[in-house]
Write a protein that binds this ligand. Structure first.
Ligand code: IMP
Length: 429
């Protein structure tokens, strides 16, 4: 029995979907514990179809796995309805396999309008405009509507009408109260009836699974640098994608977590605004974007691309207690010579080795690089570490040295089995 947390060590989009798909084959339960449909977990199915899950754990694509959406997640019922419909169309049944926490919070149309308004009126975060921040905001200010409230009509109507009354005052610049009411209530009955059969106390399911010594995989969304507490605040998401978020987001204690796998792209990307010290605003950045197909899985926005930043990954290793790393997209670096890795920043003449909290330093820190020789050739399909070009192995080893963690898996392509499994792997796969 093991519990394994898969988290992102950068700004999201590290390839967690594929890693979950690969490791999930030996899991009994796959759990989403934070975030919402701002996430986009891309999985390439055996018949080459691309499947992107935004809210249902991507483990649903694996046969017979039980999938949980626990209390720390925010759920847009409309999106859930569409996503499950899409799964059904692809022949994937969720019946008896998907469980949704009564305590997860519900995203309603006014949350999305508030996201839009905040982007216009406050700092431009570059949010996905899915209503994530305003929904978590309501949760924290105790105005939220949980799943259990949503499926109880008299409570839902009472809470929703109170919230609409309040929020329509600030939203009036972009939408009328009448229209918000219409959008909130128009599909309510259909969506409530749809969601109801999935609703349960997911923490009890987890307790039972732990007692029965099942394998549980927690599928992280976003990444450490988008964490509300440990990321590039305020350019972050509104939940805690760090490993600790699994405890509050799913209802298990820290002593129940065995392994924390940090997924790390061989270079760095970011979508949305905010500091990005190693960003390449040149042809090389373009080349990485093309090679890695770096476009947001949720919004389609081009991702900003840059060199590998060991400062942020070291920070992620620390704040998540990462036990091992998984390196993704190493193949995308082939033919780039030389390669650079940022090992520290320089700010006002000072060398900084730990990720700074100051927004001023984050925005103006200059990356300090070391240079490594590049490698050539198509390395996809290689399954033996020793068959990788020597300079690819050097790059890999240098990442291990600079981050202080062993890499247990290298992902070299989009398909599930395009991986090199090295060592120190979790005991159950
Ligand atoms: P929000 O989560 O939609 O509020 O967006 C806040 C910031 O997090 C924006 O910069 C988004 O682009 C970014 N973000 C949110 N979810 C993801 C994700 O799954 N991958 C990458 N970036 C994300």
């Amino acid at each position: 029995m093991s519990t394994l947390v898969v988290i992102g060590t950068q700004w999201g989009d590290e390839g967690k979907g594929k890693v979950v798909h690969f490791l999930g084959k030996n899991a009994d339960y796959i759990v989403r514990s934070q975030g919402g449909n701002n996430a986009g977990h891309t999985v390439i199915l055996p018949d080459n179809r691309v499947s992107i899950q935004h809210i249902v754990p991507s483990g649903i694509l694996l046969k017979n796995k039980k999938c949980l959406i626990t209390n720390g997640v925010v759920i847009d019922p409309e999106v859930l309805f569409q996503e499950i419909g899409q799964l059904k169309k692809s022949g994937i049944s969720v019946k008896g396999r998907l469980f949704i926490s009564e305590s997860a919070h519900i995203i309603l149309p006014y949350h999305k309008y508030l996201d839009e308004l905040h982007e216009r009126a406050r700092v431009r975060i570059g949010t996905t405009k899915r209503g994530i921040g305003p929904c978590y905001g309501d949760k924290v200010t105790r105005l939220g509507i949980r799943v259990i409230d949503y499926i109880t009509p008299h409570i839902f109507y009472e809470l929703a009408s109170r919230n609409i009354r309040e929020k329509s005052v600030i939203l009036k610049k972009i939408i009328s109260r009448k229209k918000i009411e219409y959008e909130t209530y128009k599909n309510y009955n259909k969506l409530r009836n749809f969601i109801k059969p999935f609703v349960t106390d997911t923490s009890l399911i987890l307790e039972k699974a732990l007692k029965e010594k099942k394998n549980i995989l927690f599928e992280g969304a976003q990444g450490t640098l988008l964490d509300l507490d440990f990321g590039t605040y305020p350019y972050v998401t509104s939940s805690n994608p760090v490993a600790g978020g699994v405890c509050t987001g799913a209802g298990i204690g820290p002593t129940e977590i065995d392994i924390v796998l940090g997924v790390t792209k061989a270079y760095t990307t970011r979508v949305g605004s905010g500091p990005f010290p190693t960003e390449l605003k040149n042809e090389l950045g373009e080349l990485l974007r093309k090679r890695g197909q770096e476009y947001g899985a949720t919004t389609g926005r081009p991702r900003r691309c840059g060199w590998f930043d060991a400062v942020i990954v070291r920070h992620a290793v620390r704040v998540n207690s990462i036990t091992q790393l998984v390196l993704t997209k190493l193949d995308c670096l082939s033919g780039i010579n030389p390669l650079k890795i940022c090992y520290a920043y320089r700010y006002k003449g000072k060398l900084i080795k730990e990720f700074p909290s100051s927004r001023e330093i984050q925005a103006n820190a200059e990356p300090v690089y070391e240079t490594l020789p590049g490698f050539d050739g198509d390395i996809k399909g290689i399954t033996d570490f020793n068959k990788l070009p020597i300079n690819a192995r050097r790059y890999f080893r240098r990442i291990e040295e600079l981050t202080g963690r062993k890499i247990c898996i290298i992902s070299l392509g989009r398909k599930r089995d395009e991986v090199i499994v090295i060592d120190n792997i979790p005991p159950w796969f």
